[in-house]
Design a protein. Sequence first.
Length: 301
Amino acid sequence: MHLGILSRNSSLYSTRRLMEAAEARGHTIRVVDTLRCYMNIASHKPRIHYKGEDLEDFDAVIPRIGSSITFYGASVVRQFEMMGVFSLNESVAITRSRDKLRSLQLLSRKGIGLPVTGFAHSPDDIPDLIQMVGGAPLVIKLLEGTQGIGVVLAETEKAAESVIQAFMGLKANIMVQEYIKEAGGADIRCFVIGDKVVAAMKRQAPDGEFRSNLHRGGQAELIKITPEERSTAVRAAKAMGLRVSGVDLLRSNHGPVVMEVNSSPGLEGIEKATGKDVAGLIIDYIEKNAAPYKNKTQGRG
């Protein structure tokens, strides 16, 4: 097969591992800078050009779309879908998972465990919003934030009011969530491929920090997850429509709750913590499932 990786940086660990895994299985693979793709949108023959050439010979593409380029990246993926190219994660699923509020609403509709979450526009509603999620301490999140950036723990209601008012004053979109104290600053990253959790790790925040992201100094270790956690992760990925995803869970007193579903999960932390060839499992999935015009949305999203 001839595979393409939509990535802005060919030297990133995840990109390199996917290339190695594909080549080890006898495939040809090429990294394409998403922002250098440009599109010929025509009803009779949609096309993608890249640095002056026509990209039309890929059997499948692997989107590694950063959050800062979601709009353009999803447009490129959609164009590939219109050309009949199999996309590991489809454009609709990527945009769905990147919208934090929409993704929580979709998970809620499927009855998947979530932290109590509030969303409001008017400063007049702040006191009731705080009570809605159980009062302080609570977590305030920027909807556009990634890797723990724009996430604030407010330990008192006065602090919560001040932070929410400040964000609202900046016209920032935020949501407010209950603080799952019993999680102890740890979360579980479940790596889902198809309908299976193929690897899982526990991420522990450093002392004095509640965000467990590895980019913020969190430590990762292998963990054995429960059948309920495994089922929750798979159901969450399916609700987003993602074939490959990283589902972040917290262990709460009322069972596992989903914090986020990531459409471009990094491979470095999970591979090093678990010792599993996750990149190889992704290529195996593509081998078994890729076919022309097999995308569910066919670029209609």
